[in-house]
Design a binder for this molecule. Sequence first.
Ligand SMILES: [Zn+2]
Length: 372
Amino acid sequence: MWSCRSSVPPCLPGEPPSEMRVSAKAAKDPGSGATLPEDSNMAWLVQPRLVNDPFSDPTLLLDFAFARRALLFDLGDLAALSAREIIRTTHVFVSHMHMDHFSGFDRLLRLNLYQPRTVHLIGPPGLCDAVAAKLAAYTWNLLGPNSADFRLIAEEWLPGAPGGRSLFAAQEAFRRRELAPPARTGRILLEEGDFTVEAALLDHGIPCLAFALQETLRVNVHRPALEAAGLPVGPWLTAAKQAMRRGAAEGTEIAIDAGRGVRLEWLRERGVLRAGPGQRITYATDLGASPGNVEALVSLARGSDMLFIEAGFLAEDGAMAARKNHLTAAQAGGIARAAGVVHARPMHFSSRYAGREEALRQEFAAAFGAAA
Ligand SMILES: [Zn+2]
């Protein structure tokens, strides 16, 4: 599944994400837990999937494997996502508001409109105005206090400055309400027990954000140890893994079924549950190859298990890429290499290369150092 390949097909909606990656190496340190252990029922916290093919809008779905929940990195064309996937999205991280990164707002709104839930949008300065402008394009005379309690909260992030934060509620016909700026630590945009989402500020002629999801701790189930202990596979394992990831006290009792329970400590001691570093997934698009951008992105992406990165131009068009504040495929591959990522996926190819996709992939792979 994790073979090294320099030539990979485009990612199509619905395809398994792990079969089409360029790898710098097959694995990280043995035993680090950072790659798929052979002997466990592997459990990534989230499964990342590009929503569209690499010539279309770049948007990454981060689907939680064991919860009805998803995150989005970017908000381009969402037509390829199912309604179910959109409805379970709780947070959308917007890189910038160029149309190919923000036009999915309408579908997000349309499918959520009658749902009693809150969706958070987090992005660069200007996001609150952009959301307000989108909402102002429609007529909301049918919304009122009896409408479903759907809320949008838009939050802006800029390092070292309090960002804007606005609430738009369906029960208030989406009238904008200003909220206090969120309390944030450094570049952490979202912090939960299982994971954090970090950002880096990049220069795209305008502020543009890159994002990284960091799983707090990876917890795997060792199947032979499970079987040796005579314990069944079941939902209780998810609860046990969550408890361990969240640092629950070792004496914590996990219910296997109505009549049985087991202590977390016992599961660890028997090797049923094994912990390792959590996965890191980084997403970066729309940046020039300036030293500042490269430094910021390499720092964000360092050691990632997976990097999704724009690789839009061939080296022969490097001047054009620079003018448009985009990366060439070779520059993107160089960043992936400098960051020491395990796997990288080039994306956001310029439409001028339709039919020449392989050339982009080859330049990317050559710079990244993937096995040819
Ligand atoms: Zn852009």
